[in-house]
Design a protein. Structure first.
Length: 192
């Protein structure tokens, strides 16, 4: 891929590669969803549904375990999304696994922080523990308190329902949440 874009400028080459990569991911997820619909029938579907849907806390532990082993919550979530898209799993079944995957990511971060040596080791460990504690407290506040547990699921389902009719909402959401708001915080912190 790098040789194919080597003649482009140093800015356009990487952007072109990112666009191609994103398109390939969308195509792969699309066909994976179709394949899973065909394969996940009968006993295989029942086993998966029981494994994820039997107990929310076990599903959370499964998500955490898979993420710690693979060292990537992206792997865990990328496997789940096509199952949900194919109708094999419901968002309510995927939710605790995703929460566990987020917690599993924090353990991966702590492992990585222990590998840092020298002057910056303390800062790396502090950052890793902030990440861990933030996720643990979020789980305690949002997931353990029954009244709050459905709020993220409701928000996700509402956003998905709106986005299926109006694709531009996804772009506005992503730009606002991941670019505009962080930029605003950085600016405000710099001013104060």
């Amino acid at each position: 891929m790098i040789k194919a874009t080597s003649h482009l400028s140093s800015t356009l080459g990487p952007l072109f590669t990112i666009v191609i990569g994103a398109v390939l991911i969308f195509v792969a997820v699309h066909f994976l969803g179709k394949l899973l619909k065909l394969l996940m029938v009968g006993k295989a579907r029942d086993i998966l549904t029981q494994a994820v849907g039997r107990n929310a806390y076990l599903a959370m532990a499964s998500g955490m375990g898979v993420t710690v082993v693979t060292q990537s919550s992206t792997v865990t979530n990328s496997v789940l999304v096509p199952f949900a898209g194919a109708g094999i799993l419901t968002p309510a079944q995927v939710y605790p696994v995703t929460v566990g995957a987020n917690l599993g990511t924090t353990f991966t971060t702590v492992f990585a922080a222990f590998a840092v040596v020298g002057q910056d080791a303390k800062i790396g460990l502090q950052a890793a523990f902030v990440h861990l504690l933030y996720n643990v407290f979020a789980i305690i506040v949002i997931y353990v308190i029954p009244v709050l547990r459905p709020v993220p699921l409701f928000c996700a389902e509402t956003l998905a329902r709106i986005a299926t009719d109006r694709k531009w909402v996804v772009a506005v959401y992503l730009i606002t949440v991941f670019i505009a708001l962080p930029a605003l915080v950085i600016i405000l912190v710099g001013v104060l």
